[in-house]
Design a protein around this ligand. Structure first.
Ligand SMILES: Nc1ncnc2c1ncn2[C@@H]1O[C@H](COP(=O)(O)OP(=O)(O)O)[C@@H](O)[C@H]1O
Ligand SMILES: O=P(O)(O)OC[C@H]1O[C@](O)(COP(=O)(O)O)[C@@H](O)[C@@H]1O
Ligand SMILES: [Mg+2]
Length: 530
């Protein structure tokens, strides 16, 4: 839940960090909620406004607090591979639009600074001491990002000093660093996991920054998910407070695809592809038995993207359950009734369930205290096991249908694999964009594609809100349409989901779609089905 915030808008002069000469708006944000983990933000949001409702949400720059920092020509201009590119350096005014679908009357809206190499850099190759750390859960592509950060720094900018921090945040203060060279990272992209190892918990900002300071690290690349980037934002605050010349760069990693604003996180495609193998196996098992049911549990703590995409890709799935969409078992249009119907019609069925789905339902009637992992993530109850049990009980007690149910839990198998070809390319570009940003003196940002173009995005943009499947969007409707599963939703559920929608709906001409807009349940066909 986002904390209540006090917002102060004021005009300030443009900074020297390449901000276009729009009117600059300075937004101070103070948290009004004492329970919020992060301290009140000291870094001001860098907003600048242009014509037609254009807003640039810019990222911090080292010059914001080190105004006399010298800059140098970018060595890439003499690089044999890059110097022939017609316009290799990014135009300082280039920005990436957050909103890609626009109407003739709509405001241009939020933009982010376009990623890429700049004509001037704020580090000389010989002075750079870069550090790389991987935090949180595994994700296909971590090794590719590590490799490409090391090789990008070396090959493009001639940086020779790159160290790896082992075992996540705590490695900053609990372990020695390891030297990373193009030679030592060669070939690691063919392996799953992270050669630097990762961990949950142990994020102690003061100790992390002490270590950065003691080791003379001046570029830190922090690869991790939403939790990691909250930690990275705090590291950036502290680095800035101490006045250190150190660029803090976040590379978003999450297999769950739960990071807001960005198009997609690396490794997600690989995970969805790997999930197909589990669904295929479940389908083969189900098809080959009398009244066969295959249940596949996939990752997705709070966001059901993997389950949703795996379902759409497979087309063998009869029901997809995700955390964002509540469901129920018993009664009319409940899951158990649907299972009976599918078996009678088709003789077999496959259910895909995201691990975070139905947690409230399972917890009902259970006296069990919530427990959390070292990072503060809630431990989940095993929905796959619970669901399998409930289905078996139902068919045994309430029907005369003998069923064969197979439960497949490929959880860790889909994230422990190496990244596929397209994720490898994605990771390469991502790492290079991160390096260009740090060399250009930007700091306190994450790098990621927004509408297909790489952008530098301020930390607050992605730590404030998690990306979730919007169950009132077309994509979820496509899933429901392909599976023919019940919609399970009550009026209240739909209304609640609509309130969470980010984009306001623009009314359609002549009331088109107005039935759906005014009556949520008209989304269902009257039998609780879409
Ligand atoms: N709110 C937070 N503030 C600061 N650090 C955090 C926060 N949440 C998690 N972290 C740290 O980030 C690291 C990874 O977090 P975790 O939630 O496990 O994975 P992920 O970053 O992939 O979401 C851990 O070291 C954890 O201590
Ligand atoms: O058992 P672990 O290592 O804590 O990981 C399991 C969890 O990690 C996740 O993959 C998400 O991890 P991140 O937030 O680190 O990306 C969840 O889907 C899953 O619940
Ligand atoms: Mg997370």
């Amino acid at each position: 839940m986002e904390a209540a915030q006090t917002v102060v808008l004021a005009s300030v002069p443009a900074s020297t960090a390449g901000v276009p000469q729009h009117k600059i708006l300075d937004l101070k944000v103070m948290s009004a909620d004492p329970a919020v983990q992060a301290p009140a933000r000291k870094t001001k949001k860098k907003l600048s406004a242009g014509g037609g409702g254009y807003v640039l949400e810019d990222v911090p720059h080292l010059k914001d607090y080190l105004p006399h920092l010298p800059s140098y020509p970018n060595p890439l201009q003499n690089h044999p591979a890059y110097s022939v590119v017609k316009q290799y350096f990014v135009n300082p005014g280039d920005t990436v639009s957050k909103k890609i679908v626009v109407h003739e009357s709509s405001a241009r809206g939020t933009h982010f600074r376009r990623a890429g190499p700049r004509q001037r850099v704020y580090f000389q190759p010989g002075e750079v001491v870069a550090a790389i750390v991987t935090c949180g859960g595994l994700c296909p592509g971590l090794n590719t990002v590590i490799r490409e950060l090391v090789c990008g720094l070396h090959d493009m900018y001639g940086v020779g000093s790159v160290v790896g921090i082992e075992g996540g945040y705590k490695g900053f203060y609990a372990r020695n660093t390891v030297e990373l060279t193009p030679r030592s990272v060669n070939g690691i992209h063919k392996r799953g996991g992270t050669v630097l190892r990762a961990s949950r918990g142990g994020q102690d900002t003061a100790k992390v920054v002490d270590s950065i300071q003691d080791r003379g690290i001046n570029q830190v690349y922090i690869i991790g998910g939403d939790g990691t980037q909250k930690g990275a934002a705090q590291v950036h605050e502290e680095v800035q407070r101490r006045g250190l010349k150190c660029a803090v760069v976040g590379v978003p990693k999450t297999i769950d695809n739960d990071i807001a604003v960005i198009d997609k996180s690396f490794g997600f495609d690989t995970a969805v592809e790997e999930a197909q193998r589990a669904i295929d196996a479940a389908h083969v098992e189900a098809e080959s038995a009398e009244n066969g049911i295959g249940v596949v549990k996939l990752m997705g703590r709070n966001s059901g993207f993997i389950a949703m995409h795996a379902t759409l890709a497979s087309r063998d799935v009869d029901c997809c359950l995700i955390p964002e969409s509540p469901f129920y078992l018993e009664g009319k249009d409940g899951l158990l009734e649907f299972c009976e119907k599918r078996l009678r019609e088709n003789g077999h069925m496959v259910i895909v369930v995201a691990e975070g789905a139905g947690q409230d339902l399972i917890a009902k009637g259970m006296h069990r205290a919530d427990t959390h992992d070292a990072s503060g993530n809630r431990h989940l109850l095993d929905v796959g096991l619970w669901l399998s049990q409930k289905i078996k009980e139902h068919f045994k007690k309430k029907t005369n249908l003998p069923i064969t149910l197979k439960y497949i839990d490929p959880t860790y198998m889909i994230r422990a694999v190496p990244s596929n070809a397209s994720d490898n390319v994605y990771c390469t570009l991502l790492a290079h964009s991160a390096v260009h940003g740090a060399m250009a003196g930007y700091t306190g940002f994450i790098v990621a594609p927004v509408n297909g173009r790489h952008a530098y995005i301020p930390f607050y943009r992605i730590t404030e809100k998690q990306n979730k499947v919007v169950i009132t969007d077309r994509m979820w409707a496509r899933v429901l349409c392909s599976t023919n599963q019940p919609c399970f939703l009550s009026h209240e559920d739909v209304e609640k989901a609509r309130q969470d929608e980010e984009e306001p709906h623009v009314p359609l001409i002549e009331g088109e779609n107005s039935l759906v807009r005014t009556s949520p349940m008209s989304m269902c066909n009257g039998h609780g089905h879409f």
